[in-house]
Ligand binder design. Structure first.
Ligand code: CA
Length: 370
């Protein structure tokens, strides 16, 4: 209570000073106006593809906005809009492109209808892990290509979060061979869905909010979502009991922040740097959060909800890998920019995999020996 009273007194003193200054003649009034101009706040809108308070992804967008506000000492104030509040989720790209909002938060594979090459910047089946895609984007030429894809749309992209390796999904029957995918109706968006189609399954694209009911009523036989943290929160264990790993279709999904080019370039240079630094920080922060929370949520699913955790059989993964390679080749053949991105992706991929054989894999295998 004492502290509050102290602050109240200080506030009163400030008010009194401000009044004196205002009455102190034209020089002082000019001085005050200059000070006020210096702390002028720029107001931005951020539209997102996420439902309100959506764990990890939506909260990641909220944290990014708060971080930019805090780091700029309130000079750049960003109001975040959940999916549907200002524009529908799949109109985020267009809304930022035309300047309805100055920035957006989502995932690049949502825009494959406008820019097919964008899909490489979210998740590629059997593609990069989080560590690898970050390395490609920031040190392997990826960001330059991503910027080239978005430039005709008046947009600037940045990586703004990563889920890490996702889970393979929830199934109401065991997957023992590729035959078990025949006729399987599974919610699986993006390139993973195309791969499922190639091995005889039926990919269904459902928004997050409809997954649980569809699985419980049998409208779908299986679903992927994110990982233990999100899947536990959605209660998916109540609708299917087999939980498969790994998430071959989304091995390190990158979230994106996208910026209206004119709005970004109109910012003073220090605010541009703050936006870049805060986005880079948000990119790392989301992966840290997912890694910690997935770990504890998986223990809860297995130990408290008796979920049956199973790996996909090796020959099933091998067949899915083959189908993925064919799918990627088809995507790359569709337009020159996709080919250019796929070539860079493959080139960097082969080099980083060679390094990870002698670093990550050798270390993780070595760590497990008794
Ligand atoms: Ca997913």
């Amino acid at each position: 209570m004492r502290k509050i009273q102290t602050w109240s007194k200080l506030a009163l003193v400030s008010l009194a000073t401000a009044t004196l200054v205002a009455c102190g003649g034209s020089d002082k009034a000019e001085e005050t106006a200059k000070v006020e101009k210096k702390v002028e706040t720029i107001e931005w809108k951020m539209v997102t593809t996420w439902p309100k308070n959506f764990p990890g992804l939506g909260t990641g967008a909220e944290n990014l906005a708060k971080s930019i506000n805090d780091m700029s000492n309130g000079r750049l104030n960003i109001t975040v809009y959940a999916a549907g509040e200002l524009v529908p989720p799949l109109e985020v790209f267009d809304a930022v492109s035309r300047g309805t909002a100055q920035m957006g938060h989502g995932a690049a594979y949502y825009w494959k209808g406008k820019a097919p090459a964008a899909q490489f910047f979210t998740a590629v089946p059997f593609g990069f892990t989080a560590q690898e895609i970050n390395s490609w984007i920031h040190h392997g030429g990826g960001l330059k290509l991503w910027e080239e894809i978005y430039a005709p749309f008046n947009l600037i992209p940045m990586a703004a979060g990563n889920t890490g390796v996702q889970m393979g999904g929830w199934f109401n029957k065991e997957i023992n061979s590729l035959e078990d995918f025949q006729g399987l109706k599974m919610r699986i968006p993006g390139l993973g869905g195309e791969v499922l189609k190639k091995v005889g399954g039926t990919p269904i694209n459902l928004p997050g909010g409809e997954i649980f009911t569809s699985l419980q009523t049998g409208a779908i036989d299986a679903t992927e979502f994110v990982g233990p943290y999100n899947d536990l929160a959605f209660g998916l264990y109540k609708a299917a009991k087999f939980y498969y790993y790994p998430g071959w279709h989304e091995p390190g999904s990158t979230m994106e922040a996208l910026f209206n080019k004119e709005a970004f370039e109109a910012l003073p240079q220090d605010l541009q740097l703050i936006v870049r630094a805060a986005t880079r920080q948000a990119n790392a922060e989301m992966l840290d959060e997912f890694t910690a929370l997935n770990n504890s949520a998986l223990q809860t699913l297995v130990n408290e909800h008796n979920v049956i955790l199973k790996p996909f059989p090796a020959d099933v993964l091998s067949a899915l890998k083959k189908a993925s390679d064919e799918t990627l080749e088809e995507v790359a053949s569709a337009d020159p920019l996709s080919r250019k991105v796929y070539d860079s992706f493959k080139d960097f991929g082969s080099k980083v995999r060679a390094w990870h054989e002698v670093s990550e894999r050798a270390y993780i295998n070595g760590r497990e020996t008794e």
